[in-house]
Ligand binder design. Structure first.
Ligand SMILES: Nc1ncnc2c1ncn2[C@@H]1O[C@H](COP(=O)(O)OP(=O)(O)OP(=O)(O)O)[C@@H](O)[C@H]1O
Ligand SMILES: [Mg+2]
Length: 323
């Protein structure tokens, strides 16, 4: 487990992290999302000990990071694989050699049977068995990221830290990389921390997410709760919902649906049961890992307001009148 308690970090005169507290449980895929400049990369670098912080505490498996000498810190870092947007492969090394690089850094044998077996397993895991002798310039972006993932796993880390790992890739390739991360999490039991500004990434793989804003955690929880029904204006704006134009007459009511109560029948049933007309002003469906969440805004006449709310209450639909 990784836990942060009131972590602060200042560069010269700008405070980048302003008391960040969060905890990442073993075995989960945890997302850190937020606007550019929010402090996401800095936070990740503090977690893996690349960047010292000014105050607060970071514990990795109950070991406080700030109290470690260089050698123990390096050992903790050994247990954390890292991948980046830019892949960071060495151009003059082929796929096999790039993956073996961390072993070389740690003075381990890279040509013996054990190393070979490990590397071949990883190459197969990331689906590049036919590219073993290829050089980075001969690979696509998605393939380069797969090499970087294999390299990050070569020392059997407990954690995999990803900083905008899919930001340079197109949506289809991104999906493949995210499925691979899910497989690594599930099959190998590796805890994954994903830093991203892409909501799609969080929706597809994260079990929990922290929304970071100007160096603070604005909200933390399940992505479906954070995104389907955001409370903070800044998160709404981030999801580009702040700008929705709604009718200025009548009553706007937002309905929230999860996988269990389907939105379409509810709406048509309501029109029939109450014998009223209303318009649908906005709707959205989101896929979160295994479930679909939806949200819908309807505009009803003021005199229908109470019976609509009563109907929704009886059906157990979450609702909110938008002022
Ligand atoms: N080494 C540094 N020296 C001075 N300022 C820095 C340094 N690293 C980051 N910063 C500043 O800290 C702030 C947060 O940067 P950070 O890279 O953590 O943001 P981010 O959320 O990862 O953004 P992005 O989504 O663009 O990657 C920025 O204002 C940045 O300029
Ligand atoms: Mg960043």
């Amino acid at each position: 487990m990784i836990s942060l308690n009131q972590v602060e970090k200042t560069f010269q005169d700008t405070t980048v992290l302003k008391g960040v507290s969060l905890s990442i449980k073993d075995g989960e895929i945890y997302g850190i999302i937020g606007q550019s400049g929010a402090g996401k990369s800095t936070l990740l670098r503090c977690i893996n000990g690349l960047e010292p912080f000014d105050s607060g505490e970071i514990f990795v498996d109950d070991v406080p990071l700030s109290k470690q000498d260089k050698k123990s810190l390096r050992n903790i870092q050994k247990g954390m694989g890292m991948i980046f947007q830019g892949f960071n492969l060495l151009e003059r090394l082929n796929v096999y050699q790039n993956i073996a690089l961390p072993m070389r850094f740690w003075g381990m044998d890279t040509k013996g049977e054990a190393a070979k077996k490990k590397i071949m397993e990883l190459v197969s895991l990331v689906g590049l068995s036919d590219k073993l002798r290829a050089f980075p310039r001969e690979l696509s972006g998605g393939q380069k990221q797969r090499v970087a993932i294999a390299r990050a796993l070569v020392l059997d880390p407990k954690f995999l830290l990803c900083d905008e790992a899919t930001s340079a890739l197109d949506p289809e390739i991104t999906k493949g990389i995210l499925s691979l991360l899910q497989e690594i999490n599930k099959e190998m039991g590796i805890t994954i921390i994903v830093v991203t500004h892409q909501m799609e990434v969080v929706k597809q793989i994260c079990e929990r997410v922290a929304f970071l804003s100007h160096g603070k955690v604005l909200s933390e929880g399940k992505p479906e709760l954070l995104f389907v029904r955001p409370e903070e204006k800044e998160i709404k704006d981030f999801l580009r919902e702040g700008s929705e134009r709604l009718p200025e007459y009548g009553i706007n009511i937002q309905l929230f649906f999860n996988g269990d109560n389907n939105m379409e029948p509810t709406v048509t049933m309501m029109a029939r049961a109450l014998d009223i007309d209303f318009s649908i002003c906005w709707a959205r469906l989101d896929d979160f890992r295994k479930s679909v969440y939806g949200s819908l805004i309807i505009n009803v006449a003021p005199h229908d307001r109470d019976k609509v709310i009563e109907f929704l209450e009886n059906r157990g639909v979450m609702w909110e009148v938008l002022e």
